[in-house]
Design a protein around this ligand. Sequence first.
Ligand SMILES: Nc1ncnc2c1ncn2[C@@H]1O[C@H](COP(=O)(O)OP(=O)(O)O)[C@@H](O)[C@H]1O
Ligand SMILES: *[C@@H]1O[C@H](CO)[C@@H](O)[C@H](O)[C@H]1NC(C)=O
Ligand SMILES: *[C@@H]1O[C@H](CO)[C@@H](O)[C@H](O)[C@H]1NC(C)=O
Ligand SMILES: *[C@@H]1O[C@H](CO)[C@@H](O)[C@H](O)[C@H]1NC(C)=O
Ligand SMILES: *[C@@H]1O[C@H](CO)[C@@H](O)[C@H](O)[C@H]1NC(C)=O
Ligand SMILES: *[C@@H]1O[C@H](CO)[C@@H](O)[C@H](O)[C@H]1NC(C)=O
Ligand SMILES: [Mg+2]
Length: 467
Amino acid sequence: MTFLKTPFGLFFFLALAVLTLTVVLKKWHFGLREEEAFGDDAPERNRLLQQLQERHQELKQLYVTSSEFINPHLSVNDSVFYINGEMSAGNTVTNETEIGCEELAGMKAVDFLGSGYTKTVLKVALPQGLFVALKSVNHQGTDMRMCMQDFKDSQSCHKLVSFKLRKEILLLQRLQHPNIVQLKGQCQDSVLVGGITAILEQGMPLQMIQLLQSPWEERFRVCLGLVRLLQYLSQSPLGSVALLDFQPRQFVMVSGELKLTDLDDASIKEPACQEDSDCLLQFPLHNFTHRCSPSRICKGLNEMRNLYNAYRYFFTYLLPHQAPPLLKPLIHQIMNSTGDLKQSINETLIAFEEVLHMYQSGQHLENLPPFITRDYAVLKGMRSVGNMEYRCWPSYNQQGCVLSVHSAREAALICSSHPQCTSFSLSNERTWTGRLLASFRSGFSHLVPDVNSAVYMRRVKASGAML
Ligand SMILES: Nc1ncnc2c1ncn2[C@@H]1O[C@H](COP(=O)(O)OP(=O)(O)O)[C@@H](O)[C@H]1O
Ligand SMILES: *[C@@H]1O[C@H](CO)[C@@H](O)[C@H](O)[C@H]1NC(C)=O
Ligand SMILES: *[C@@H]1O[C@H](CO)[C@@H](O)[C@H](O)[C@H]1NC(C)=O
Ligand SMILES: *[C@@H]1O[C@H](CO)[C@@H](O)[C@H](O)[C@H]1NC(C)=O
Ligand SMILES: *[C@@H]1O[C@H](CO)[C@@H](O)[C@H](O)[C@H]1NC(C)=O
Ligand SMILES: *[C@@H]1O[C@H](CO)[C@@H](O)[C@H](O)[C@H]1NC(C)=O
Ligand SMILES: [Mg+2]
């Protein structure tokens, strides 16, 4: 009976024994009154056991599905799957360079990063001076509270909620993409850290309000990252993955790049169907039906669900507003086709890459007035000092006016449209798309040599207001 050697097996056995004993005793007391045979909390206990069993099963299934991909010769029975009788989140891809329990022993929590229904995330400084995010079960969270309300068993509830984090760790190991937060390690040693802990690349919680105020280029970057992520998820090593709890708070920002962090509500199942009407996607403002495939599965429904969620939570807020005028038709086309789910994720990604390409190539600027730079005197190899800044929106820099431009010509056009602007400078600083950062000013005290910089001074205007 090796089953009994596992804590879970023993737990199950004991629960069964208690149940059986209860039945026997009650029968002895009350004869054959079946309806009163169970103790007051026995059904509750059963329900908890059933839930634990279900989570265990889900994880096991996921493990097998993903192991087939990574190592076709690995089976559930292999020792790697069970550690001390506990199912491991899977160590087949653990890396020598991974952070584990020992490294965490010297940790210092320096900040609280966030929490949700299930998990808490802390910023931690490792001895080497590296910062990481530690994710563990949120004991004050809704999941834990609801479980305690129902079952009043903190140990089992902790175990139940831990399954979600274990699932997440497994998914993070299998799903690797620039727009998914990187798993740097894990620790399951409850003595050292108190329960299962995921060690993640540290980001900043996504602040939608802040993002709304940032330049279009940065907002486009977030949307493009999301589309690349969804394209990957639509044909991941695990199959087509749906994010059931798709909200901005499930993502973080790492150096301007959007990354998915909350994966415990991901699903790799697509519903079975008899006819098209079984493949229904419901949203508050729009319902969709999908084809029931010949194999009687709503194949592609996960992809559609993700794409519409991307549209309603991200694109509508981030994409159209302040888009470069000549890119607007393309952006509107993207908005229209994703809002009605007329295009697949593949087609959507192609449209996004086209926007990026146009934006980078400056094609959208072709009809700029060609001679605008004649209004400026260029001082190459110079940098201005003692600057008089003015603010503009949406600036890359809070104190002044720093905007992304394709060329000196585009910067000249912007300067000429700002009444305060008397000069601008270009350095070798570039944005993520490779565009230049131009700094606009209303004046400066003097110039110093700087090989990486050029200063453009606006010549006297007809009105005589300048220089
Ligand atoms: N790697 C990370 N870096 C910084 N903050 C994070 C990171 N991962 C998660 N967070 C923050 O912690 C919150 C809770 O994490 P999440 O995985 O979403 O837990 P839950 O499943 O409880 O919703 C997130 O909303 C996010 O703001
Ligand atoms: C795993 O173990 C069970 C019981 O020990 C056995 O019935 C099953 O065939 C094994 N599966 C594989 C794939 O070896
Ligand atoms: C382990 O880490 C190294 C260095 O970061 C990397 O090159 C390698 O691909 C990783 N291996 C696995 C299995 O993740
Ligand atoms: C979506 O379908 C549901 C159930 O069929 C219905 O109640 C709801 O009104 C529909 N919503 C929209 C926006 O069509
Ligand atoms: C897309 O365009 C069509 C035709 O102009 C319009 O009827 C539809 O409402 C638009 N959909 C969205 C989501 O903008
Ligand atoms: C989507 O693109 C990927 C990779 O570019 C390709 O493998 C896949 O077959 C495409 N899917 C569809 C439905 O065309
Ligand atoms: Mg979350």
